[in-house]
Design a protein around this ligand. Structure first.
Ligand SMILES: [Zn+2]
Length: 247
């Protein structure tokens, strides 16, 4: 029966289109996965950069502390020298001058000690912040590796589904008339949309418009290709006989 074979062709073509639609959505999802993984890694990198910056800041503070302590030690040596000189001077003026020098050193030292205290406080604060960041990055690392492995398994799963769909597609593609599949592929290339439209309840399911009665009658015979008069897609209409499977 010629008309039966055309109906089967339309059913196969519709199946092909469904496979391509699913393949496209699998591919689109697959393409987003590397981006998701990169985003997760970027978050960890950001934490790592924060930690490096804060560690550098802490190192600066500790360096400052060391140099202030060295100043105190140097002043102590100097003070000791003045005291020794004081024991040896004979004039009152010279003694007082040395005493003034010692007092000046004392004043400088108390300023330096205050600065050291400030640096110590700053250092403690930075250490606490670093500890917090370390905890954050540990948590973030765990989350990232968990999510990354989820994405990787989704990736594998999608690849398997794609392969399965492709195999199926390749198995029934040769059953479709070459002219028909060429029309299909050209349309898909040009319009990036469906080529075959289901016709149900007298309506084209692609453009949602009523199929002209004459067209519908023709299409239900499955004797020749009938196109939707408004969206120009190939119509695959519901058979008049409800026992025939559709689509
Ligand atoms: Zn239409």
């Amino acid at each position: 029966m010629a008309n039966e074979s055309l109906r089967q062709q339309l059913a196969l073509l519709y199946q092909l289109q469904e496979h391509d639609r699913e393949l496209l959505s699998f591919h689109q999802r697959l393409q987003t996965i590397p981006r998701h993984i990169a985003q997760l890694e970027a978050t960890v990198t950001k934490y790592r950069e924060d930690i490096t910056a804060k560690s550098d800041e802490l190192a600066e503070v500790e360096k400052g502390q060391r140099s202030k302590n060295a100043e105190l030690e140097m002043n102590e040596v100097q003070r000791e020298k003045y005291r020794n000189e004081q024991r040896e001077v004979t004039s009152n003026d010279a003694y007082t001058a040395l005493q003034n020098q010692i007092e000046f050193l004392d004043e400088k030292d108390s300023e330096t000690e205050e600065e050291i205290l400030e640096l110590m406080e700053k250092g403690d604060q930075l250490k606490a912040e670093l500890e917090e960041l370390e905890a954050d990055i540990a948590r973030e690392n765990e989350k990232t590796s968990e999510k990354t492995s989820e994405f990787r398994s989704e990736q594998k799963n999608l690849e398997a589904q794609i392969n399965k769909k492709l195999e199926e597609r390749n198995s029934f593609l040769p059953k479709i008339d070459k002219k028909l599949s060429t029309q299909y592929h050209r349309w898909r290339e040009r319009h990036k949309t469906n080529f075959i439209a289901l016709g149900k309840n007298g309506t084209c399911e692609s453009c949602r418009l009523t199929i002209q009665p004459q067209n519908l009658k023709e299409a239900q015979k499955y004797e020749k290709l009938v196109y939707c008069s408004s969206c120009k897609r190939l119509l695959y209409v519901e058979p008049a006989d409800p026992n025939i499977s559709f689509p």
